[in-house]
Design a protein around this ligand. Structure first.
Ligand code: AP5
Length: 221
C-alpha cells in the first residue's frame, strides 16, 4: 500500500507517519527528514536545500523529483510506504503519478489532514525535534531533558529554524499557493480521505488505521 499523507506544515503528518511506521511496520519516507539528514551529512543536496528550508521556501521540483525517483526504486519500498512531504507541487504530483505507473504501484491511499492556521502556528512554535532519530515532541514533553525520550541520544533535542513564527506563516502561504492545488489534481484521480487533525494524536491515529483497514482488510495492528 502506498500511503500519501498530505496537509499543511505542522498539521501532524510526521507524528502520524512515525506512529504508523511503528505500529504497521510500513516504511516511512519524509522528504523533510531526508533533506535535514543530507544537510547534517554535508552532501551537495543537503547544502543546496538548507538555505531554502531555513527561509521556508520549497526546494526546486527537479531536485525533489530526482530524489523520489531514486528512492522509490529501492527494494525497501516495493511492498509499500508512507510518503510524507511529497508531492508538494502539481509538477511533483504529475511526476509521482508517472513513477507509480512505471513501478506498478497501484494501491494508493491519500490522507488529507486538516487543522486551522492558529493551531498549526501554536504546534510548530512548540515543536522540538531529535536530530538523531528525527522524532517529534511538544516542548512541554521534553522541557529540561538532556536526552531524547525516543532514542536516548544526548543533546540532540532542538527547535527547527523554520519553526519561527514569521517562517511558519511563509510556509503556510506557500502551502496554500503551491501545495493545495495538488489536492484538486489528486482528487480527480484518487479518493481522498479527510482527517480531522485537531483531535488528540491517538484519536487521529485510530481514525487513520480504520481507514486503512477499510481499504485493505489484512492490515494488522
Ligand atoms: P517538512 O519537514 O516536510 O515540513 P512540513 O511539511 O512543513 O511539515 P512539518 O514537519 O513542519 O509538520 P508535520 O505536519 O509533519 O507536523 P508534526 O507531526 O511535526 O519540510 C521542511 C522543508 O523541506 C520544506 O519547508 C521545504 O523547504 C523542504 N521540502 C520538503 N519536502 C519538499 C518537497 N516535496 N518539495 C520541495 N521542498 C520540500 O507536528 C507538529 C507539532 O504538533 C509537533 O510538536 C507534534 O508533537 C504536534 N502534534 C502533532 N499532532 C498533534 C495533535 N493531534 N494534537 C496536538 N499536537 C500535535
Amino acid at each position: 500500500m502506498q500511503i500519501i499523507i498530505f496537509g499543511s506544515p505542522g498539521v501532524g503528518k510526521g507524528t502520524q507517519a512515525k506512529i504508523l511506521n511503528n505500529r504497521l511496520a510500513i516504511p516511512h519516507i519524509s522528504t523533510g527528514d531526508l533533506l535535514r539528514d543530507a544537510y547534517r551529512n554535508k552532501t551537495p543536496l543537503g547544502l543546496k536545500a538548507h538555505e531554502l528550508i531555513e527561509r521556508g521556501e520549497l526546494v526546486p521540483d527537479n531536485i525533489m523529483i530526482d530524489l523520489m525517483r531514486e528512492m522509490l526504486r529501492e527494494k525497501a519500498y516495493q511492498n509499500g510506504f508512507i510518503l510524507d512531504g511529497f508531492p508538494r507541487t502539481v509538477s511533483q504530483a504529475e511526476a509521482l503519478e508517472k513513477l507509480f505507473k512505471e513501478l506498478n504501484f497501484n494501491h494508493t491511499v491519500v490522507l488529507m489532514m486538516q487543522a486551522e492556521e492558529d493551531e498549526i502556528v501554536k504546534r510548530l512554535t512548540n515543536r522540538r525535534t531529535c536530530s538523531s532519530c528525527n522524532n517529534i515532541f511538544t516542548h512541554d514533553k521534553v522541557k529540561g531533558l538532556d536526552t531524547c525520550p525516543n532514542c536516548g541520544a544526548k543533546g540532540t533535542l532542538y527547535q527547527r529554524n523554520d519553526d519561527k513564527e514569521e517562517v511558519i506563516r511563509k510556509r503556510i502561504k506557500i502551502y496554500e499557493e503551491s501545495t493545495l492545488p495538488v489536492l484538486n489534481y489528486m482528487r480527480a484521480k484518487e479518493k481522498i480521505y479527510f482527517i480531522n487533525a485537531l483531535n488528540p494524536v491517538d484519536e487521529v491515529t485510530e481514525e487513520i488505521i480504520k481507514i486503512l483497514q477499510g481499504v485493505k482488510e489484512d492490515i494488522t495492528v
